[in-house]
Design a protein around this ligand. Structure first.
Ligand SMILES: *[C@@H]1O[C@H](CO)[C@@H](O)[C@H](O)[C@H]1NC(C)=O
Ligand SMILES: *[C@@H]1O[C@H](CO)[C@@H](O)[C@H](O)[C@H]1NC(C)=O
Ligand SMILES: *[C@@H]1O[C@H](CO)[C@@H](O)[C@H](O)[C@H]1NC(C)=O
Ligand SMILES: *[C@@H]1O[C@H](CO)[C@@H](O)[C@H](O)[C@H]1NC(C)=O
Ligand SMILES: *[C@@H]1O[C@H](CO)[C@@H](O)[C@H](O)[C@H]1NC(C)=O
Ligand SMILES: *[C@@H]1O[C@H](CO)[C@@H](O)[C@H](O)[C@H]1NC(C)=O
Ligand SMILES: *[C@@H]1O[C@H](CO)[C@@H](O)[C@H](O)[C@H]1NC(C)=O
Length: 641
């Protein structure tokens, strides 16, 4: 979120200015005794990942004056990283963060073959002219005393040393690698593949039972390879062997040899002895709580708890179909574990419910659920299209795409609030609907998606505003819930507004909208058909939709919207018609609607407004609108001055 709001400018430069920190890779020992690139230009916040090739290299920070000696003030050191392959990088990598633009000098501290003195040096942000260039540094290294040195404990420091282990690669019951030799302080990262695996710490004596106080990832059922689920543990010391297994009992993974070790002895209690022991072990078990003893992330979001439940694969559902039946999990489905993390919190255990709930609040919560269901379909679909591999991938930077993901998660939590309250008072939930999002052009282009997301958010905000005053007396416990949602939904509109490149100060506006009009708009625009209980208290029929064409004053870059033309079914029917303009601050104004469908825009209105065709204007207040509505509502962007 931070980066989204960092530069809240209504210009095309906006999206460029919120670029993520860069990540660079440097190969170590690929194609000879060298780093590639030898010098790197990097900005503060950028990260540099070193990838190691045969045979056994390191990267150590030094000083310009003493190229082959660790920096006296304490710099970074990767640890030695043996590997056999000259072509494929070791699974172990070392990543540092660049903190400033000062030059960083580094070398390989391998003494067999005197790598540093043979010119295996590296720099970040080295000057390109003057005396302290990379060439000058390399010349100093060639003349440096032999042997070069490493930090005395030979342990990684000043960066992240990480070994990646694949779990269940290619559908096999294996950890790759399983026979691990690694340094203390190294992070071992388990990357999950199909089917439904876990990684749990045990001991040599009981290969398939959890070690007291050991680590456990919990089960990760997934159909995606790699799933994006990563479980990280840290090796605390070099000397204590670590034993682990997969606790899946369906097909006895542990007994079938799905085990591994870190720093197992080469004789006596070897990994092979452990594998042999596992074949006859009793059925596997797993600690009740997960994840513990390590860090679980799912596509970058840290998961602190599965709430006792296993990971819910609904997060892996493919993008919703372009049109038709709902694909968002139905109300009551436990929230996928990553949702509370993404949303910034789950729903509370207790909403401080009152003793009863009025019919008005019931109707209102059913309507909110109905709108949340549509909003969720739209956000899920938009996120799937915007994300890597989607039809609109690359249109927005990752930070914004992730924010849309977080908004989907928040909208799920919001829907739970509505359904939890209805269920608590034993009121019917809204039934399930099928949608016509394709007709609404939500799926065909990113602008259509943004328009639908914004409209649905503004409908909810309008409704929350309309209803909070009305329910305050009868259902005061609902007020904090409604206010929380208005705040969250307003933040969401700000994100969408920015994505539409609209002027931040002017839009979106929080405009009150009577519940039956909100219901009619959502129904006519997005819904094909609904089964089961409907929103109580709504009219028998929806109102005809409005088609609006705006006319603008001539001005450079598009002038103010001065007039509109509306079309709707029944436009030619008898009787005078007016346009009601519903603006912010509960504002309501009327203009005449000419027989040809034209009307002028009230001069002081701008931003998003709702318009409704009505049969009467005198003495009509906002809450009376449904009683006099002929067609609409429709949302209109009234461009500025
Ligand atoms: C950057 O700062 C972090 C935190 O102080 C430190 O751990 C790291 O070693 C620094 N990076 C470099 C290249 O000095
Ligand atoms: C899976 O196991 C089979 C049979 O042992 C082997 O041929 C294949 O290479 C393995 N796949 C992976 C990805 O390790
Ligand atoms: C994953 O495996 C565990 C343990 O067998 C089981 O309890 C859980 O239901 C499985 N999850 C799925 C989605 O298959
Ligand atoms: C594990 O590695 C050690 C040391 O490299 C080796 O002696 C042993 O045979 C390996 N065990 C297995 C099961 O691969
Ligand atoms: C992680 O993201 C990838 C790519 O978008 C997706 O296929 C995968 O399902 C996600 N993983 C989870 C667990 O949600
Ligand atoms: C939508 O759901 C209905 C009722 O469950 C089913 O009959 C229909 O085949 C589904 N349509 C699609 C496109 O999945
Ligand atoms: C509803 O609850 C409120 C307090 O929560 C109470 O004052 C009121 O009498 C209740 N009304 C009914 C009809 O039970």
């Amino acid at each position: 979120m931070r980066s989204v709001f960092r530069a809240f400018l209504p210009t095309a430069a906006l999206l460029a200015s919120i670029a993520e920190a860069a990540h660079y890779t440097v190969t170590v020992g690929k194609g000879g005794l060298k780093f590639d690139p030898e010098n790197l230009v990097a900005a503060p916040g950028d990260t540099v990942e070193y990838q190691f090739f045969a045979k056994k290299h390191s990267v150590v920070q030094s000083s310009f004056a003493e190229p082959c000696k660790p920096l006296a003030a304490g710099g970074f050191f990767s640890g030695f990283t043996p590997t056999d392959s000259p072509d494929t990088a070791a699974r172990t990598t070392f990543t540092i963060t660049v903190n400033d633009t000062k030059p960083i000098w580094a070398y390989c501290s391998q003494t067999t073959g005197d790598h540093c003195q043979n010119g295996m040096v590296h720099s970040i942000n080295a000057p390109t002219s003057g005396t302290n260039t990379l060439d000058a540094f390399r010349n100093l290294a060639k003349a440096a005393a032999k042997p070069s040195t490493s930090p005395p404990d030979l342990l990684p420091v000043g960066g992240l040393r990480k070994l990646r282990v694949d779990v269940g690669l290619g559908g096999n019951l294996t950890f790759t690698p399983s026979n691990i030799t690694e340094l203390a302080r190294t992070v071992v990262e388990f990357s999950f593949n199909p089917k439904n695996h876990s990684v749990v710490q045990s001991n040599f004596a009981n290969p398939c039972q959890p070690l007291d106080q050991g680590f456990s990832s919990g089960f990760i059922p997934t159909a995606v390879s790699p799933s994006g689920a990563l479980f990280d543990i840290v090796i605390k010391d070099n000397t204590t062997p670590i034993w682990f297994y997969c606790a899946q009992t369906n097909n006895n993974h542990c007994q079938k040899g799905m085990v591994g070790s870190i720093n197992a002895p080469a004789t006596g209690n070897t990994l092979q002895a452990f594998i042999d022991k596992a074949t006859t072990a009793p059925p596997s078990t797993i600690p009740p709580q997960a994840p513990i003893g390590g860090t679980m992330t799912i596509n970058g979001t840290v998961i602190t708890s599965f709430n006792g439940a296993v990971f819910n694969p609904s997060a892996n559902t493919p993008p919703p179909p372009a049109d038709g039946n709902a694909t968002v999990p139905s109300p009551g489905t436990p929230l996928p574990p990553q949702v509370p993390g993404m949303a910034g919190g789950g729903q509370p255990a207790n909403y401080n419910w009152g003793n009863n709930m009025t019919d008005l609040a019931t109707e209102f919560l059913q309507l909110l659920q109905f709108l949340d269901d549509i909003l969720l379909e739209v956000l899920f679909l938009g996120h799937a299209n915007l994300a890597t591999g989607g039809a609109w991938a690359g249109v927005y930077p990752k930070s914004i795409v992730d924010t849309i993901g977080a908004m989907s998660a928040q909208a799920l939590v919001h829907r739970s609030a509505a359904t939890d309250c209805l269920q608590h008072f034993q009121k019917p939930l809204h039934g399930s609907c099928s949608y016509k999002l394709q007709d609404a052009s939500v799926t065909t282009n990113v602008d259509g998606f943004l328009h639908a997301a914004l409209t649905l958010l503004l409908l909810e905000i309008g409704l929350l505003t309309d209803i909070s005053a009305l329910i305050a007396a009868g259902d005061p416990w609902l007020v904090p819930i409604l206010v929380t949602e208005v705040g969250a939904k307003s933040r969401m509109t700000a994100v969408v507004n920015m994505m539409q490149n609209h002027i931040a100060a002017a839009a979106p506006r929080e405009v009150m909208i009577p519940a039956p009009l909100a219901w009619s708009y959502a129904t006519t625009h997005y819904v094909r058909d609904c089964q089961g209980p409907a929103v109580a208290g709504m009219p028998d029929k929806t109102w005809p939709t409005l088609e609006v064409t705006a006319t603008q004053a001539a001005a450079a870059g598009g002038g103010r919207t001065t007039g509109i033309t509306v079309q709707f079914d029944g436009a030619g029917s008898a009787g005078s018609k007016y346009l009601a303009w519903v603006g912010p601050w509960g504002g309501l104004q009327f203009t005449d609607l000419a027989a040809d469908g034209t009307a002028s825009v009230p001069t002081e209105l701008f931003g998003h407004v709702w318009i409704v065709v009505v049969s009467k204007k005198d003495g009509v207040k906002l809450q009376d609108l449904p009683g006099v509505t002929v067609a609409g509502p429709e949302i209109l962007w009234v461009s500025g001055l």
